[in-house]
Design a protein around this ligand. Sequence first.
Ligand code: EPU
Length: 472
Amino acid sequence: MAPVPNRPSTLGTPRLGDWTMATLRFRGGKPLWGGVRVGGRKNAAVAVLPAALLASEPVRLDNLPRNVDVATSIALLRALGARVVRDGRGAVWVDGAGLARTAVEPMLAGRLRASAYLLGVLVARCGEAEVPLPGGCDIGARPIDQHIKGLRAMGAEVEVAHGIVSAKAARLRAAHIYLDVTSVGSTINLMLAASRAEGVTIIENAAKEPHVVDVATLLQAMGVPVVGAGTDAIKVRGTAVAHGCEHVIIPDEIEAATYLIAAAGTAGEVTVDGVIPRHLEPVSAKLREAGVEVQEWGEAIRVRGPLRPRAIHIKTLPYPGFPTDAQQPMTALLARADGASTVTENIWEDRFRFVEGLRQMGARIRVEGRTARVDGVARLSGAAVDATDLRGAAALALAALFAAGETELRRAEHLDRGYEGFVEKMTSLGADVRRVGADGAHGPEDLDRDGAERLDVEHGAEPRRRAAAAEG
Ligand code: EPU
């Protein structure tokens, strides 16, 4: 494997003031038209970045999206002593050789749910980890009891005190773990820990999300045998040493869903490219039910929205059920459907806080427990609204595009956590949207803004593959 580029880069170092308090101003009511390409999946990216630390050699990650959560993940890795740089082809290299610390930086960990993955990675690689209870969107209780239960089953001593989770294990051993809830985070975390455990770990009632499969693909490329990813029983054979590799992150189906729903709600016609249509089936099927024309081919999906969608019923479920992360944008669409829809949120107990913003725009929505009853209105109107979380921000942004008149979306920095170039992509589809005010001058696209810091490296994975092939 060729060496990682040697010069320092500021890639991904979040300059924390840059994206606080962003405001977006929309003039709605225009049909979206054209094509847009989606980036790599955020929730895969924030898992494969820490996973790369398990390798004894550099790992090359392609299609890493440039958003704030990814930048925070990179900063977390760097704070531990890992080197993370971008090469001249846009790929990111992670080199964990210099890993110097096992205590995770609390300020950064508090911004991100995915910081929990460092628990599995550090205890597997270094025998100990101190990880602050992870942050992330405020969408209800976000326990990590299943992560802890699994690590304990593998022989780790785990304690939680003063908001810090500490885990220790001289050597993890394989275990047969049954998850009490189907959880993406604990499935991934336990796969990561199991990659260095002695023997074959079995994770039952595992999450089947495509990003779980993506992490398994990376582990396999590092030489860790994993079978069953994408089913509810995953087996991981621990290996003492994982090697370097290259990996391409799968497309972001929630980013894609956001643009498809936006097109559907503006009675527009948009082709979203660079996707795996199969991963979007739960969303496409519901769009069809709502009277949206959906065509799929190769790596593309095109939707054409009706003048007004039909009312439908949605229940969020683990994959392949309807994704909770698309629930909020879909609720915005149903706010202007013809008839009464219901939306039941089964994953997160508090993922309807954005509804207040929709109501301010004229939506008629009543939330009772985990279900929202949405009485569609013919017309939403622009208003000044506040985003509450990442997908809630996306939902309000879509409602702003559907609405007549001007909308000011405050706290729009939530969007930057999970969408790369949201304003630019929407503008390219004909949306009238811009960042306003001094606070809106910077976005996460600035994270790698200095071309001089982009590094050119020898593409290292190719020679390695050739060498492996030569060895037979
Ligand atoms: N849960 C437990 N105990 C645990 C872990 C989870 O009870 O130890 C429960 C949760 O409270 C929740 C359910 O299990 O009710 C599912 O949680 P899961 O672990 O699957 O969620 P996560 O890993 O914390 C990821 C995504 C979320 C997405 C969920 C569900 C990342 C970084 N986050 O969270 O993404 O909603 O899976 O698909 O991968 C987003 O992108 O906007 C987002 C919130």
